[in-house]
Design a protein around this ligand. Structure first.
Ligand SMILES: NC(=O)c1ccc[n+]([C@@H]2O[C@H](COP(=O)([O-])OP(=O)(O)OC[C@H]3O[C@@H](n4cnc5c(N)ncnc54)[C@H](OP(=O)(O)O)[C@@H]3O)[C@@H](O)[C@H]2O)c1
Length: 310
């Protein structure tokens, strides 16, 4: 039995697609009625997990509004720091595997080298701090776990930078986009596929492959390559133009982080070194540009399954 929490988010939807709906898989969200899907309801969450006693708990739920977290610190901490700790304690008790997700925002963004899993964390924002505390609570729990740190997650579901750029390019003649924050966009489908690959390697009886079981712990999970938000936006908008869309936008201008003040500070260097995951899975990550182009096409040509592009 697999329980997925946060099933309405970008990653939650991708996990639903990848795992497939079946009676032995339970996808919970805050809207769930039969079981508690609110991860900040400690009593409800505990009762749900102790009742179901899944072999695998996948936590795709999180407080992801990075700027809002600066004001709503308690809510961010409850979802991102406390709840993963509760899940981990239960996982340890029932011998379940816990899979959780974290972020490049646990780093301070200094330097230009891609961050390794063992590098020191020094988050700049409440969101980053809350995610780091969540990681630490899981690591300390003794539960079998994988924590996948991703950067700049997007998908054709939900709201994200790619869809914001597509919308703005229909409305404005000029877009100004940050060009000094480096990282790579990670499609939620890739994160979901890597999750299933790790599960397959780690859980004999659920289709384990012949490779050795990966060590429990943190893995960086992102596609190959690196870019800035500006170059990412250019790729998105050029792809849209080639499909006859994004007609209003005539110019995309690069700006600095300083020229675009936000409530939360973000790292300048969000590059993630993914060698550890590549070694564990025995596969190379996809190219980020190809995934972005495919997603632009899916969103604009109406092959997406929700209607939240406004
Ligand atoms: N988005 C990014 O750029 C990014 C970057 C790096 C890492 N990550 C990490 O990747 C993971 C997945 O992110 P995502 O992009 O899929 O996020 P998302 O699209 O914002 O989805 C987050 C989901 O969490 C749910 N949630 C929030 N609070 C909850 C609560 N108290 N109880 C139950 N569910 C709750 C939301 O529910 P509702 O639908 O009810 O609001 C939403 O469906 C998270 O761990 C995130 O920190 C994300």
């Amino acid at each position: 039995m697999i329980v997925v929490l946060g099933s309405r988010g970008q990653l939650g939807q991708a996990l639903k697609d990848a795992i497939g709906e079946a009676p032995e898989h339970l996808f919970l969200s805050r809207a769930s009625r039969d079981y508690c899907g609110d991860i900040t309801d400690t009593a409800g969450l505990t009762e749900t997990l102790m009742d179901i006693r899944p072999n695998i708990i996948i936590n795709a739920a999180a407080f992801t509004a990075v700027d809002l977290a600066e004001q709503e610190m308690e809510a961010a901490m409850a979802a991102n720091a406390k709840a993963p700790g509760v899940m981990a304690q239960i996982a340890a008790k029932i011998n379940a595997l816990l899979i959780h997700y974290s972020t490049d925002y646990v780093f301070d963004g200094s330097g230009q080298k891609p961050w390794e899993e063992t590098d020191a964390c020094a988050p700049l924002s409440v969101y980053g701090k809350s995610k780091l505390l969540g990681e630490q609570a899981i690591s300390a729990s003794g539960a079998k776990h994988f924590i996948l740190r991703a950067s700049w997650v997007y998908s054709h579901h939900g709201n994200n930078f790619l869809k914001t750029m597509l919308r703005l390019a229909e409305e404005r003649d000029e877009l100004r986009v940050i060009n000094d924050q480096w990282g790579v966009p990670t499609h939620a489908d890739y994160l979901a596929a890597a999750t299933l690959d790790l599960i397959n390697l780690a859980t004999p009886g659920l289709g384990a492959k012949s490779q050795s079981v990966p060590d429990w712990g943190i893995y960086h999970c992102a596609p190959a390559g690196e870019t800035t938000w500006f170059d990412y936006a250019r790729l998105v908008i050029n792809a849209a133009k080639s499909l006859g869309k994004a007609q209003a936008c005539k110019k995309i201008s690069p700006i600095t982080t300083q020229e675009y003040p936000t409530a939360a500070r973000r790292p300048l260097n969000s590059r993630l070194n993914t060698s550890k995951l590549q070694m564990a899975l025995g596969t190379a990550p996809p190219d980020w540009q190809e995934d972005v182009m495919t997603t632009v096409h899916a969103v604009l040509m109406g092959t997406e399954t929700d209607d939240d592009l406004q």
